[in-house]
Design a protein around this ligand. Structure first.
Ligand SMILES: Nc1ncnc2c1ncn2[C@@H]1O[C@H](COP(=O)(O)OP(=O)(O)OP(=O)(O)O)[C@@H](O)[C@H]1O
Ligand code: NI
Length: 311
């Protein structure tokens, strides 16, 4: 029997209402057709350039989008559609969030306390908090510090600790690794793999495809607010031959070990999305049909892709 996802996002759309000149209101759609499925015991890495919709996906799942936003599509958790009330209940209880900005730490609480409140077993809390701080090289003196007294790297480690000590079923990590030294980066990647191996589902948003490939099971490739491909991490090898979308292949070719070969152009802005395929202006294989038709998602060789010509 095929395993069901613990968290499933289907056809997510996010719009923001904005006031333009003359106080006319208009809706700007910044996300169209985002799809991801998360499974227990698996790490799904979400990659894509700045502005492709990675953080908004996380915020939509957690119910922390701004008030001037509206959403379409469905987000289900254990098969049940999530509404705002349930999202708020799950946040911090079953779903742990590691935000992109370290400003999410409580400025008025000592950092060791912020980690301890995430541990259900209160008798074990002191020990477990110290253990994880030790592992990340945060000495005893750090326990009593407040966030403003920490360097960026230290604050990032505290944020990571809050999620990794919790017994949550899902961890959503938005850029968890910038600012970490090499040793801590490897520790953190190992820890994500270990929590996944013990059954947790991990959604890891990252610019760092190389790190993602070390630990992820699957990679979702976002572009201009749309999921273009979801592939096995093992498809990112052998010249990228197994990848289904030209953009995923381009990302693969741009990795340092593959010679940093970039592609020309940039992702379209939300207010200038073309009719048809979003990647058309940068694609070598573009046809007339690509300019007319926005590709639906389809399953190709056990992966998902939005390209008319994917095989
Ligand atoms: N509050 C907002 N109002 C209007 N547009 C927004 C708002 N928040 C995000 N956007 C737009 O939505 C798009 C997706 O933003 P998002 O923050 O999800 O990108 P991202 O992939 O996380 O980028 P980064 O890698 O830089 O963190 C961008 O075009 C951004 O400008
Ligand atoms: Ni972001």
């Amino acid at each position: 029997m095929k395993k069901e996802p613990i968290l499933s996002v289907k056809d997510l759309g996010v719009s923001f209402s904005q006031y333009t000149k003359g106080l006319r209101r208009r809706d700007l759609k910044v996300i169209t057709n985002l799809d991801v499925d998360l499974y227990e015991g698996e790490i799904l890495a979400v990659v894509g350039s700045s502005g492709s919709g990675k953080s908004l996906l996380a915020h939509a799942i957690l119910g922390i989008l701004p008030d001037n936003s509206s959403t379409e599509g469905t987000i289900t958790y254990n098969g049940k559609a999530l509404d705002q009330r349930v999202k708020e209940k799950l946040r911090g209880d079953e779903i742990a969030f590691i935000p992109q900005s370290v400003n999410f730490l409580d400025p008025l609480m000592q950092v060791s306390k912020q980690v301890k409140i995430c541990i259900d077993d209160k008798q074990e809390a002191d020990k477990r908090q110290r253990k994880i701080f030790n592992k990340y090289g945060l000495n005893k003196k750090v326990d009593s510090l407040y966030p403003f007294e920490l360097s960026g790297g230290m604050a990032r480690k505290v944020l990571l600790s809050t999620a990794l000590v919790s017994d949550c079923k899902v961890i959503i990590a938005d850029e968890p690794t910038p600012g970490l030294d090499e040793k801590s980066l490897n520790e953190v990647l190992d820890d994500f793999r270990n929590v996944a191996n013990s059954g947790c589902a991990v959604l890891m948003i990252t610019h760092d495809i190389e790190s993602a490939l070390k630990i992820a099971d699957k990679i979702a490739v976002f572009y201009a607010g749309t999921t273009l491909e979801v592939a096995s991490a093992s498809d990112f090898m052998d010249d990228g031959k197994k990848l289904r979308h030209p953009y995923s292949k381009a990302l693969y070719n741009a990795l340092p070990q593959n010679g940093f070969k970039p592609i020309k152009g940039s992702q379209p802005m939300p207010n200038e999305l073309p009719k048809g395929c979003l990647f058309q202006d940068r694609c070598e294989k573009v046809s007339e049909k690509c300019r007319e038709t926005r590709p639906d998602s389809k399953f190709v060789r056990d992966g998902m892709v939005r390209c008319l010509y994917a095989t």
